[in-house]
Design a protein around this ligand. Structure first.
Ligand code: MRU
Length: 386
């Protein structure tokens, strides 16, 4: 089953699918510089914790590959010291694009470690640049494989739990939040990967997903991914989760993560915490699915996770295609941005993420397996997972 692609590369050329125009327009845009990568991440043309880390890493690889081909070479290739200063500046800059997802910072720190070990080995600037290119491409490439691993772990665990609760349940209904599929990663996805795996193995009855306002990652992106994969699915507004749990037999909630603290507290798309509280009330297993690299052992609990505040205006606007759908002269659905509030509101609260306390989380699934809390404990011990 093949899904959508968030980033594609040919040689040094990087293209990303402009997610601001989805689902109505499929437009790939070229990312030719580190500044363009930074802008694409900040303005959410690309989003999702693993995908932004991949793009940032690939932009370093492309920047260095192009520099190696230039004649005369740029000044920063004149010595290993010049390259060190230049690359550190670029890594620091990319790191500032979005603050909550740990993957971006982790990818930049990983490249910084490669830089330091190549410097220690006494390599010249060109050889160090080659090492950085190899490592940056690895960051992108390794994402798909680990997503498939964690998806299998998560799906098998859900089926096992549901089977233990009710052996006569042949298939499961699973709800998710935001978008965690191939658009948010290098492929297959995390929480959406679990849903895809359940479907591929014939054990999914139906996927439910919230719209995930104000950016609508659910109704614009998850909806498109599920349609593309032909997975039976139902959209709901964020405010309908309680009602869904009251009136439908939902067997599990699966979500992704932007950062997981040492004790299991998890930052994810705003609205995840609401879903977790409701799942707890309804005794529905609540499962976080993310790569090991999303676990930040430097952070003891969720109170230390930096939460990005998006511009107030973003919560006052809805963007989409005109309805009834009209095609413009190029055969593309006409898009519009509509204001749904009075202008210049006195105040707008617009955090991009919230933190779900570990006590509400049943299991944390990574490519290494499924972590659960010890009996009676409110927190996870993730030290051994990383
Ligand atoms: O603001 P976004 O769209 O980047 O937020 C994305 C999420 O919160 C995802 O759930 C998370 O990054 C995990 S993606 C596999």
């Amino acid at each position: 089953m093949s899904g959508l692609t968030s980033v594609r590369t040919t040689g040094n050329k990087i293209e990303i699918l402009n997610q601001l125009l989805l689902p109505h327009t499929t437009e790939f845009i070229e990312i030719n510089t580190i500044e363009e990568a930074h802008d694409a991440i900040k303005t959410m043309k690309i989003r999702g914790a693993p995908a932004i880390a991949s793009l940032a890493a690939l932009s370093i690889a492309s920047h260095l590959s192009r520099a190696l081909e230039r004649s005369p070479p740029p000044d920063f290739l004149s010595s290993s010291e010049a390259l060190e200063a230049h690359i550190n500046k670029q890594l620091d800059f990319l790191y500032t694009a979005r603050p909550t997802a740990v993957n971006l910072g982790a990818a930049m720190r990983r490249l910084s470690r490669t830089l330091q070990s190549s410097l220690k080995a006494g390599k010249d600037a060109r050889a160090i640049a080659q090492d950085l290119i190899v490592e940056a491409k690895k960051i992108d490439a390794e994402d798909v494989g680990r997503n498939k691993e964690m998806s299998k772990w998560g799906a098998e665990w859900i089926v096992g739990q549901v089977g233990a609760m009710n052996a006569s349940t042949p298939k499961v209904n699973v709800m998710t939040v935001c978008n965690t599929g191939s658009l948010a990663t290098s492929g297959y996805g995390t929480a959406l990967g679990v849903i895809t795996y359940l479907h591929e193995t014939g054990r999914l009855e139906r996927a439910f997903y919230t719209q995930s306002t104000p950016y609508h990652q659910g109704s614009r992106l998850t909806a498109l991914e599920l349609k593309t994969l032909k997975i039976p699915s139902t959209m709901l507004c964020d405010s309908m989760v309680g009602s869904l749990f009251q009136h439908h037999n939902i067997h599990a909630v699966v979500v992704g993560a932007d950062r997981i603290a040492r004790n299991g507290d998890t930052a994810n798309k705003v609205g995840t915490y609401n879903a977790a509280v409701l799942a707890f009330r309804h005794k529905i297993p609540f499962i976080v699915v993310a790569p090991v690299s999303t676990v930040d052992l430097d952070i003891q609990d969720g109170s230390a996770i930096p939460i990005e505040q998006r511009p107030p205006l973003e919560a006052c606007l809805v963007r989409g295609a005109l309805y009834p759908t009209k095609l413009n002269a190029d055969g593309i659905k006409e898009q519009a941005t509509v204001m749904v509030t009075p202008e210049n509101l006195d105040g707008v609260y617009n955090p991009s993420f919230d933190v779900t306390p570990a006590e509400l989380i049943t299991a944390i699934v990574t490519e290494k397996g499924v972590a659960v809390k010890l009996a009676g404990a409110d927190a996870f011990d993730l030290t051994n997972v990383v």
